[in-house]
Design a protein around this ligand. Sequence first.
Ligand code: RP5
Length: 181
Amino acid sequence: LAETDLYAPAPPAPGSGFSSAHPLVGVIMGSDSDLPVMLPAARMLDHFAIPYELTIVSAHRTPDRLVAYARSAAARGLRTIIAGAGGAAHLPGMVAAMTALPVIGVPVKGSTLDGVDSLHSIVQMPRGIPVATVAINNGMNAGLLAVRILAAGMPRLVDAMDAYMKNMEGEVLSKVGKLEE
Ligand code: RP5
């Protein structure tokens, strides 16, 4: 497998100053049916002007692609990976087994078992290989967690996350005000 042209970088966020040729976050999912859950992760990265790539990597249907993706991720410049999958959700754990980068797992709710199967598959990692697992179908929090991971080495993201949280606080407090009117 050619490692360089497999993964389509997402378009650069407007005004981000980043080239889409240098994604920092890999957003991957087991199937295109996971896209509605994973798009909010990408939208969060857009919001914080973080370059990312978005693609399908299936642990079971494309195992060679999984190995190539995970093994090449750090060398290609990625700093963290968001991996979403449903059912027997082995994707995040298998990626974490093949890279030293932090991996964020998104349990995707399938048509049966309410996503608890995916949650348990992703969160119950053995000692030594961690996956940071967000709530079922919570791609948005996966995006935000990736921003926080990157913020450790990018001070502009600390400020941007502070502003995001302040804005959220303001929105909630304005609802409190309206309720009490
Ligand atoms: C998993 O199986 C995928 O992550 C998806 O959530 C689930 C079902 O996939 P499809 O049958 O919809 O392609 O590998």
